[in-house]
Design a protein around this ligand. Sequence first.
Ligand code: MSP
Length: 527
Amino acid sequence: MFYLTTAIDYTNGSPHIGHAYEKVLADVITRYRRLRGDEAFFLTGVDQHGQKVQQTAEKEGVNPATFVKRTTKKFLNLWEKLDVKYDGWAETIDPRHKACVQAILTTLKDQGQLYKHAHSGHYSVRQEQFLSDRDRDESGEFGPEWGEVVELKEENWYFKLSDHTDWLKSYLEATADAIIPSFRKSELLNALERNSGTDLCISRPKERLRWGIEIPFDPDFVTYVWFDALINYISFAGYRAAPDADLPDFSSLWTTDERPVHIIGKDILVPAHGIYWLCMLHAMGFADAEMPRLLVHGWWNIRGEKMSKSLGNIVDPAELAEKFGVEALRYYLVRDIVTGKDSDFDVERLIMLYNTELANELGNLCNRALNMSQRFTEGVITRGGIFSDEDLALQTSLAESTEAYRTAMDEFDVSKGLEALSRHVVHCNQYAERMKPWELNKDPEKKDRLATVLQHLAESVAHCTVMLSPVLPEAAAKLAAQLNLPFLTELSLSDLHWGLLPEGHTIGKPKPVFPKIVLDEEKPEVK
Ligand code: MSP
């Protein structure tokens, strides 16, 4: 089983393009793995506790429970709109999650992994954490990234993180795919070098924060939001769940034959996932072979700057989907960023990539291939005569693109996978220009040649449809219907050999699937 999760999104605000990217990426990878013939389970959800939520709810004059219900709906609506299909939905206010967090806390305490201690020091309200001198900038101050910093003395519960950091270091060094892409691993190892020796404060006194999961053995405290949130990856996978909890069977999801993958943004690798989470799992008794892989993606920025409420440059994915279509947005989000690297969000590029790669190249190929087959051979696809060098070159291009697509997608590099597909589509259009089936049709002697050329084009469209289906499920379904390939969802990558459309196959009625995006200002004026 391939078990994939994303970060769970904070419910103190609205979803933006960064959230949308991560969920679309996970959706594409899950669909791809099913296409590969694997069983897959995709979990996503929302992070509903913590100080930020409590503060925003207070500001809006509602209780946190009502507030998170409202904001959670925004995420649910967006995933529905963007065709993000998950198998499990995590909400941290769910009583089943709470029971799991509390069970873990009790076990860790019984095992001597938790202790109570009074700490005084500087505390960042925004980041909900105590600061140390290492967090000061060159001028000795706590920088603006920490927001309001106050002096605080507090008794709290601590997790013996420092018991596990030597193990973590050796685990990371020994495990090639612990962190993907691998360049992020050195960042993590450096942070570990700086952090070792400190334990993790995992509680907050109720006077300061009420909105969280109560510490089961000390009711004056709630659980620190990260400790609570990270556990979602196992609680909603059925870890220590009651038999009637209606959750998956943990041992079939969390396997060692393929370790789980957590998709997260680069900002939450250190320390949350790379240090806290891996050490928490180790403390719970997870073996090295059971440790999840962390797939760390980069950020979408706006003209090189971080997206933020204060800069007023937040991009609303629902608005974009409304304006340009869901498929155009999905395509752009996974096409214009290399998994692991940052990218600049730019609507002009969204339009340009859609119009060139989908409307002009793929759309044109589909229209000409299907239309000419309808008009010249009544939609019947036959092998025709002997294959020419040009035909063989097209078959090689398809085989190479398919292989490149598969390798890239296996490595979670969707952009590279799509680029490989695009290369073949361009090759097909050039082939059509050179073979000129419209000329061949004029000569009854060349009927065989015409059939062969049309077969090569239709066969290519069929393969591209299958490979495109994880990214553009709706467009692929439409194309499959036109190709008369009703079993698209049952096809797997291993079916992609030459002859997918069998001899004598009849295609259906063609209809454009990728209408060009024309902005209002470009439309001709109606007089
Ligand atoms: N709630 C925590 C995660 C807990 S996981 C146990 C959180 N939430 S978040 O809403 O701030 O971010 C959710 C995900 O969106 C993170 O993986 C984060 O990296 C990602 N992104 C947030 N802004 C982003 C961009 N501008 N670009 C791409 N992804 C970004 O962190």
